[in-house]
Design a binder for this molecule. Structure first.
Ligand SMILES: Nc1nc2c(c(=O)[nH]1)N[C@H]1C(S)=C(S)[C@@H](COP(=O)(O)O)O[C@H]1N2
Ligand SMILES: [Mo]
Length: 419
């Protein structure tokens, strides 16, 4: 980023969540945008046109590639237009590491041990055992980081400042965790399955566990919960968990352990690193922005909320007035399915229904599309809003602030300029 842009981003980030729009500033903004804001009168209070709220002005057309949020550990997200594929492929897949990627993996020697106080006896499998003993299955499963959208919160929450792109839906092949647990033999008191992976702690201490999260038995025993070795028909990429990872679609992706070499079946809620405190947990009740919340008032995030993305066109697209514009993207809703996607071109004053596909299987994201017309020259935004099968819709404004900035499922919006 050039110095000039950096300066802009700081100024505009400051304005981002605090600035209350005065009508008198609209004309100044139109000058900055180089176009009249067509539905300016409908801009809700507290909203700024998109270019004034994000780090990279979409009108620059510069956000081409994957966005690096951190290099130690390695954290990378996709700009939404790189998520346009129906099934996300490498390298358009976000990477979220809490420690260091394991090196020199030998898949031929890889083993998975299933232990913990709620197994009858510990058992160890090679990858070949897993592939031969159990029925392999393939599902498309959506993984979204619990902190996706964190950058939208004010006051800012600590952690990677994810915008929209810490989500993907890949096709995973592996065996059911349930089949494996049946083979091991578990006790009646089992309540949780936790994972351990081979990544190493940033401190370099080989005895320190990076992250060890888990899922309740009910999620562990779902048809779609897999121990997967393949992504999109190939060995999965190293960064995404090669040679074996847990995949728990629809839940915060932190439940989907990468480089898994040990599972523990627990007679209590798993208590590994990043299961407690405010990690992947949210207050049990709404809190005021910036409020301190006592640790005992947090609950573990389970199913992710309804959400959608506009993946085409890219934000900042410029096109001619006479053209009809195809707009498309994906929508997902954790354990639920999405029943409706709507788009608005007048800042949410009116909405138009989109066509929406059924998921190819449970927990896969769904594709939506529609055609839009823009009758006037100027600056527009396209907003997308999904509704789940329980009638819950995405909020148009940032939802409940929480200390770690999880679960921001506010409507995605893009900027378009019509000439
Ligand atoms: N072993 C291990 N598994 C892990 C993590 C990790 O740091 N180490 N990060 C978790 C988090 S927080 C997320 S969001 C997802 C990211 O998966 P991805 O890198 O395939 O996108 O992996 C999860 N599994
Ligand atoms: Mo995450």
């Amino acid at each position: 980023m050039s110095d000039k842009n950096q300066h802009h981003s700081i100024v505009f980030r400051g304005l981002n969540r605090r600035f209350f729009l005065k009508r008198s500033t609209l004309s100044a903004m139109a000058v900055a945008l180089g176009a009249p804001i067509v539905h300016a009168a409908k801009l809700p209070a507290g909203y700024l046109p998109l270019p004034f709220t994000v780090q990279n002005n979409p009108m620059d057309g510069k956000d081409e590639a994957m966005i690096i949020r951190g290099d130690r550990p390695w954290n990378v997200e996709a700009p939404p237009h790189l998520l346009d594929e129906e099934v996300t492929t490498f390298p358009n897949i976000f990477i979220r590491n809490n420690g260091r990627t394991p090196q020199n993996i030998n898949a031929g020697e890889w083993t998975l041990t299933v232990g913990g106080e709620s197994v009858n006896a510990e058992k160890t499998y090679s990858l070949a055992d897993l592939k031969q003993k159990f029925q392999p299955l393939t599902y498309q499963l959506t993984l979204e980081c619990g902190g996706n959208g964190r950058a939208g919160y004010y006051p800012p929450a600590s952690g990677n400042q994810w915008e929209e792109g810490a989500v993907y839906c890949a096709e995973w092949t592996g065996v059911r965790l349930r089949d494996l647990l049946d083979d091991v033999g578990i006790k009646n008191d089992a309540v949780y399955v936790g994972y351990y992976g081979k990544d190493t702690h940033l401190s370099g201490d080989p005895n320190k566990v990076v992250i060890s999260r888990g899922i309740p038995m009910e999620k562990a025993q779902q048809d779609e919960t897999l121990l997967a070795w393949a992504m999109n028909g190939e060995d999965m990429s190293l960064e995404h968990g090669y040679p074996l990872r847990l995949v728990c679609g629809g839940w915060p992706a932190s439940a989907s352990g990468k480089w898994v070499d040990k599972l523990v079946v627990r007679n209590q809620v798993h208590d590994g690193p990043k299961m407690g405190g405010n990690s992947y947990r949210v207050p049990e009740y709404p809190v005021a922005p910036g409020e301190e919340v006592p640790e005992e008032d947090f609950k573990i995030i389970e199913s992710m909320p309804v959400k959608s993305l506009i993946t085409y066109p890219r934000s900042g697209a410029m096109f001619d007035k006479s053209r009809k514009l195809e707009v498309r993207g994906h929508a997902w809703a954790g354990e639920r399915s999405v029943t409706k996607v709507e788009v608005s071109t007048d800042f949410g004053a009116t909405w138009q229904n989109c066509s929406l596909n059924k998921p190819v299987n449970r927990l896969a994201w769904q594709h939506w599309s529609t055609e839009l017309e823009f009758p006037l020259t100027g600056y527009y935004e396209v907003w997308a809003k999904a509704t789940d099968d329980q009638g819950i819709a995405q909020p148009m404004v940032i939802p409940g602030w929480n200390p770690k900035g999880y679960l921001n499922n506010a409507c995605h919006r893009i900027a378009v300029k019509v000439r």
